[in-house]
Structure formats: structure tokens, C-alpha cells
Design a protein around this ligand. Structure first.
Ligand code: ATP
Ligand code: MG
Length: 423
């Protein structure tokens, strides 16, 4: 590469530029308030974990572990490491490592980058962001339903249209084993109709064949043995209770027996919130119960349920809905000319910030006219103008940017005047 070639970000990993970051900040604040309103507390895990964690938690025969992980060896000590592809495994690892579950169920959330080596396209990136929610130590259907109700509330808060809930149950270990055996027998009987990927998964993970999007296999899949027919009474009761709570709260859903989720750790309730407005990448939020994971990672068995939402997809949906970017990030722009004026300007700016105002102090000189242009494009509601004349008198001029009289006031009155104007 020649030394003056422009360097680019890694394919599938996006910059979020300031104009767009405003929407992200607004979104993150809404989501945090919503999480806190359900008693969830924030937890922050490293972006890098031992590769073994994801192999053990997510499962060896899954898309993520088979082909999507960014794994590497630590050049200094040879440790096998992976950029986290999802947050649940790390969250459970952290909870166990720090004994948080000891006599205390936990409602936790996290957010941040996830990394998966996928083919980049609209709504599918190699670095993307999730908000993830995990409730650990809760066994009942009440928490499953609460998490779904939570989501419904957030969509309402955000004003999202056309988002529907798909629901399924994966039952417990015994029924899954029975179902698995029946599936293998069934697919073996129709081996000639399986594509290469299905052939490969037939004995390692036959459930995933149900997830196939291959049109040639759809008839075969539709007629496959149903897990629903194998469910134990407890799992059925759990599912019925989740459905009853959703019904009491008027949350509509569609039962989708083919919803099996891409990760091995789920059991019982699984759900996805989907929209038809984002093309093939229509799932904005997905989750469910994962009672076996805590033990699988080495802890004392504890039930758990959680979900994660894809921030890029949610923001795309908001933008599709015509959501206007929140503006006005600056209250005051301070323009000044002359030595004494510039000294007063920086003092005045600090004084305004003492009063919690958002202030941009013009830097870099230039004529009053060019400085006023900058004030205009900054979106500030008020300009404070200081020339040598004002500075000599320890005064400043205050100009409302949306029109109105420019007034000259003593510096000590500045905050009150500005506050009055932007109220
Ligand atoms: P998909 O079926 O779209 O590949 P998934 O089942 O792999 O999704 P999860 O692991 O359940 O996804 O992650 C939860 C959410 O994170 C998804 O519903 C989606 O909104 C988002 N997400 C997953 N992978 C990506 C990606 N590569 N780029 C952007 N968002 C993603
Ligand atoms: Mg995926």
C-alpha cells in the first residue's frame, strides 16, 4: 500500500458521524430510561473473551461459532480470544465470576458493539450494536411475559409501526431429545431432498434444518414432526401462562413453530419481534428462556431469560418512519473581536456553563460577519457578541438568533437574560 493511500474502515464496520450520532444518543437515553423503569441495572463486560466461552455457551454447531466469530491468538501469550459476537455468554460469565447470583436474582442490561463475520448488507454488519437484557434466577412465566411486555412498551414509546411478535416454545430437554430423534428419522427418510448444509447438520443439529430458507426444502420442513406434539405438561403450562399474560395485556402474537433461534442455549419461551419493512433483515429484537446456560458455563444451575435488540435495525426503522433528528445541541454561540474582547468572551462562556448552558466559544478569529455565519449554522438559539467597545465597559450584546432585538447588558446579568430567551 502506498503511504498516501487513504485508509478505510474495515468492511462492514461503520462510522457513526456526528449528524447521525444525535439520533443514537437520543435513542440510548430513551432505552436506558425504559430499562430503569423495569428495575434493570447496567452491567459492562469486556469486548474480548476467551474463545472457549462462546463455544461452550452458544454451541459448536451454530452459524456464529462455525463461521462468524472474530477469533485470534493473543500474540504475547497465545491465549485463544474472540471479539464478542453477543452479550449473553459474557454477561452470565461475569455474573458467575463475581457471585452475583448468590441468593439474589438479577435483572441486568448491557449495550455496545458485537462482532460477527457476516456478509455485509443493509441491516447486517460485521460490527453492530445491541441492547441486551438478562433476568437471571427467575423460573416462572411471569418474567418471560414481562420481558415481552417491556418490548411492546418500548415500541410504543418509540412510535414504531408494523412490528409484530412471533412466539414459540422449545420445551425442555426430554421433549427436545424425543423431537430430535423423530426429526433425524424423518429427514433420513427424505435424505434426497436435503441440501448440502442440511445434510451436514442432519446428525449434529437437525433442529437448525427447520430454520433453512432454501425454498426447495420448504414443503419438507412444513411437514416435519412438531416439537409442540412432544411437549411435557410443565413446559406446556409455562407456555400457556405466558400466552395468558400477553392476552390480559392485549399484546397480539403469532405462534411460529419454526422459530428455533440461532443459538443452542434456548429452551421453553422464544420470541422475535419482526417487521416487514427492513427487507430480509426484519428481526429487530430476539430472545427467550435459557435455563441450561448458567450450569453449562460452570455455575450452579439457575433459570434465566433474556433478549437482545439490534440498534442499527431499530434506528433504520425509526428513520423509515420519518423520525426527525433531535436538534439544538447548542444554546449559545459567543463571537468576539479584539484582545480584550476575547478575554471577556472566554470568561463569559465559562460563566454561562456555570449556569448549565451549552456554549460554543468561537475560536480561530475572523470577521464578525463570518463568525455570525458560524453562530447561525451551529443551531444556537442565542449569540453573545463582544467587541472592544463592549469589553471596555464589561458588557456584552445578546442577540436572539431567531430574530428579535439585540440588547446590551452587564456581564453579571448575562445568564439571566440568556435563560429568559431560550426558555
Ligand atoms: P439474524 O437471523 O438476522 O442473523 P440472529 O438470530 O443472528 O439474527 P441474534 O443473535 O438473536 O440475531 O441477535 C439479536 C439481534 O441483533 C437481531 O435480532 C438483530 O436485530 C441484531 N443483529 C444480529 N446480527 C446482526 C448483524 N450482523 N448486524 C446488525 N444487527 C444484527
Ligand atoms: Mg445471524
Amino acid at each position: 500500500m502506498s503511504s498516501n493511500e487513504t485508509l478505510q474502515a474495515v468492511r462492514g464496520m461503520n462510522d457513526i458521524l456526528p449528524d447521525e450520532a444525535g439520533l443514537w444518543l437520543w435513542f440510548e437515553e430513551v432505552v436506558r430510561d425504559w430499562l430503569h423503569s423495569y428495575g434493570y441495572r447496567n452491567i459492562r463486560m469486556p469486548l474480548v473473551e476467551p474463545t472457549a466461552l462462546f463455544k461452550r455457551a452458544i454451541g459448536e454447531v451454530t452459524d456464529i461459532v462455525e463461521k462468524e466469530m472474530y477469533s485470534f491468538d493473543d500474540a504475547l501469550n497465545g491465549d485463544h480470544l474472540t471479539l464478542r459476537p453477543e452479550g449473553t455468554a459474557s454477561c452470565v460469565r461475569a455474573v458467575l465470576q463475581h457471585n452475583l447470583l448468590y441468593n439474589a436474582p438479577q435483572r441486568l442490561y448491557y449495550s455496545g458493539q458485537m462482532f460477527r463475520h457476516e456478509r455485509p448488507q443493509k441491516g447486517r454488519y460485521r460490527q453492530f450494536h445491541q441492547f441486551g437484557v438478562e433476568a437471571l434466577g427467575f423460573a416462572g412465566p411471569d418474567i418471560d411475559a414481562e420481558q415481552i411486555l417491556m418490548c411492546a412498551r418500548l415500541w410504543k414509546k418509540l412510535g414504531l409501526r408494523d412490528v409484530t411478535l412471533q412466539l414459540n416454545t422449545l420445551g425442555d430437554a426430554d421433549s427436545r431429545h424425543r423431537h430430535r430423534a423423530k426429526l433425524i428419522t424423518y429427514f433420513e427418510q427424505h435424505a434426497g431432498l436435503l441440501d448440502a448444509e442440511a445434510q451436514r447438520r442432519l446428525h449434529s443439529n437437525p433442529l437448525r434444518i427447520l430454520d433453512s430458507k432454501n425454498p426447495a426444502m420448504q414443503d419438507l420442513i412444513v411437514a416435519a414432526p412438531k416439537l409442540m406434539d412432544e411437549l411435557e405438561d410443565d413446559a406446556l403450562k409455562h407456555f400457556d401462562e405466558v400466552r395468558a399474560i400477553l392476552k390480559r395485556h392485549d399484546v397480539p402474537y403469532e405462534i411460529n413453530p419454526r422459530l428455533v433461534r440461532g443459538l443452542d442455549y434456548y429452551n421453553r419461551t422464544v420470541f422475535e419481534w419482526v417487521t416487514t419493512r427492513l427487507g430480509a433483515q426484519g428481526t429487530i429484537c430476539a430472545g427467550g428462556r435459557y435455563d441450561g446456560l448458567v450450569e453449562q458455563i460452570g455455575g450452579k444451575a439457575a433459570p434465566a431469560t433474556g433478549f437482545a435488540m439490534g440498534v442499527e435495525r431499530l434506528l433504520a426503522l425509526l428513520q423509515d418512519d420519518g423520525m426527525a433528528l433531535p436538534k439544538a445541541e447548542v444554546d449559545v454561540y459567543v463571537v468576539h473581536q479584539g484582545e480584550l474582547a476575547s478575554q471577556l468572551a472566554s470568561r463569559a462562556a465559562e460563566q454561562l456553563r456555570d449556569g448549565d448552558l451549552r456554549v460554543v466559544l468561537h475560536c480561530g478569529g475572523g470577521s464578525f460577519k463570518s463568525q455570525m455565519k458560524k453562530a447561525d449554522s451551529s443551531g444556537a438559539r442565542v449569540a453573545v457578541v463582544i467587541g472592544e467597545d463592549e469589553a471596555q465597559a464589561n458588557e456584552v450584546s445578546v442577540k436572539p438568533m431567531q430574530g428579535g432585538e439585540q440588547v446590551r447588558v452587564a456581564v453579571r446579568e448575562l445568564n439571566a437574560i440568556v435563560n429568559n430567551l431560550i426558555k
